[in-house]
Structures are given as C-alpha cells and as structure tokens.
Design a protein around this ligand. Sequence first.
Ligand SMILES: [Zn+2]
Length: 107
Amino acid sequence: MISPHELLRDLEAAGIKDAVVNGNLRLRGPTTRVHSFANQCRRGKAGLLRLLSSRQTCVLCGAAIVERLLTSWGGKVVHRACGERAFAEAKAAYPAAYRHWLDDDPQ
Ligand SMILES: [Zn+2]
C-alpha cells in the first residue's frame, strides 16, 4: 500500500483537488479520474485525512501543499508552480514594477 504522501501526490498529479469536509474526504476533479482513485482513497482514508489536516493549503489554487519547500505569494503559502505562474502573470501585467527581478529567480 502506498503512503498518504504518495497518494496525495498522485491525486494532485491527476488534477484532483482534495477537501476535508467535516472529517470526510471529498475529491473534486474529472469524474473518471476521481472514480479511478476511489478504492485507493477509501483504503488510505485515515492516513490521508491525517495528512491533509496537517497540511497547509495553497492560496492560489486551494489544494493541499505536498512540497517540502514552501513558496509564498503575498505572505501566504502556495505551490511553487502556482507561485511561479502568478509571478509571471504579475510581471507581464506590470513590467515596470518587476523590472528589478531576475527572470530565473521568483524569490
Ligand atoms: Zn497551488
């Protein structure tokens, strides 16, 4: 059986967002993909719930953060990829405000 960390990573890679509602696990995402993970999530539910309740949530996309290296956006934690996307969008929208930033270093 895979670990809760691995299961969560697989879910996120499949585009499935998780939400803990009153101690119950709700999966949001493309229906066929959610169904393909249903059994695995039912078996690993306790560990997954424990992991999710201890995780921080990305303010940009709303999914739990699995990465060890936390990235922040406006002082709130985000996925690295979400933070980089938001940075690129902000830089494109306000080039003058971001001209002092190096292109390859969003920090
Ligand atoms: Zn995110």
